[in-house]
Design a protein around this ligand. Structure first.
Ligand SMILES: [Zn+2]
Length: 253
C-alpha cells in the first residue's frame, strides 16, 4: 500500500531519513507491538509509538486511572480518572494518530492467557511494575519467539534491556541475569514506592526508541546489554549481559 498524501506529511521527518525512508515507515505501519502496562513507562512508550505510526498497538492493563497516577502517567488526563487505563490510553492514542489500531486488553497477564496474546504480536514492550509479570514475559517471549524490550524503574533511576534469547547465543534472557524473582516483601512496587515522575518519562522514551530500532533493524540494539540511568548523578552506564548456559529458561542445561 503506497503512503497517502497525509501520511507523507505526517511522517515527513521519518521519510527524509535515509535510515527510515518509505520502506521503514511501511515497516512501522505494518508492525504489531504489545505494550504491557499503561502506566509510568507505558505512557511515553505508547505516545511515541503512536506518533511514529506503529500500525497496531496492543495495550494490556487491568487497572483504572487514579488521581495519584497523574504525576507520572502522562497519557492519562484528569478528566479520565476512574476510566480503565486501556480505554484512557486508546483515547489519547486516537487523538494523536487516528491511523493507529489500538487493541485493548483489560486483563492481568497470567500463565493461562499470556502466551496466546504475545504470539499475536511481533514484539513486546514490558512496562509493568511487578516481578511476576517481568519473569512471565521473559519466559513466554522466549518460548513463543518474540523480542522483549524490558524496562524497570526505581525512585531515581531506571534500567533498560532487550531480550532475544530465542535467536540463540550470544543473546541472553532476563533470567540469565537474575535467575529468580526477589522475595515479594523486599520489593516495593511502583504504586507504593515513590518515584520522580520524569524518570519514568526518560526510561519509557528510551524504551520507545529501542522498540522503533528493533522494528526498523536500525543501529545497535540492547540485546546483551543493560542500560542504566542514574538521575541524581545525571549519568548513563551500560554493562554487558552474558548468556548463561545454565539458565533455567534459555540454557541448554
Ligand atoms: Zn536465559
Amino acid at each position: 500500500m503506497p503512503l497517502t498524501d497525509a501520511q507523507f506529511e505526517r511522517y515527513a521527518r521519518h521519510l527524509i531519513l535515509d535510515e527510515v525512508g518509505e520502506a521503514g515507515q511501511e515497516k512501522l505501519m505494518a508492525a504489531r507491538v504489545l505494550v504491557v502496562g499503561a502506566g509510568g513507562l507505558g505512557s511515553p512508550l505508547l505516545l511515541y509509538l503512536a506518533a511514529a505510526g506503529v500500525g497496531t498497538l496492543g495495550v494490556v492493563d487491568d487497572d483504572t486511572v487514579d488521581l495519584s497516577n497523574l504525576q507520572r502517567q502522562i497519557i492519562h488526563p484528569t478528566a479520565r480518572i476512574g476510566a480503565l487505563k486501556v480505554e484512557s490510553a486508546a483515547a489519547a492514542i486516537a487523538a494523536i494518530n487516528p491511523e493507529v489500531r489500538v487493541e485493548t486488553h483489560a486483563l492481568r497477564l497470567g500463565t493461562t492467557n499470556a502466551a496466546d496474546l504475545i504470539a499475536d504480536y511481533d514484539l513486546v514492550a514490558d512496562g509493568s511494575d511487578n516481578f511476576a509479570t517481568r519473569y512471565l514475559l521473559n519466559d513466554l517471549c522466549y518460548a513463543v519467539g518474540r523480542p522483549l524490550v524490558a524496562a524497570a524503574l526505581s525512585p531515581f533511576d531506571g534500567q533498560l534491556a532487550t531480550f532475544k534469547a530465542h535467536l540463540g547465543p550470544p543473546h541472553p534472557c532476563y533470567r540469565c541475569l537474575f535467575r529468580d524473582p526477589p522475595p515479594p516483601d523486599l520489593v516495593p512496587r511502583c504504586e507504593t514506592a515513590g518515584i520522580l515522575g520524569a524518570v519514568a518519562g526518560v526510561i519509557g522514551t528510551l524504551q520507545a526508541t529501542e522498540v522503533l530500532k528493533e522494528i526498523l533493524g536500525l543501529g545497535e540494539g540492547l540485546s546483551g546489554s543493560l542500560l542504566m540511568y542514574d538521575a541524581l548523578r545525571a549519568s548513563f552506564h551500560k554493562i554487558k549481559l552474558p548468556r548463561d548456559p545454565d539458565c533455567p529458561t534459555c540454557g541448554t542445561g
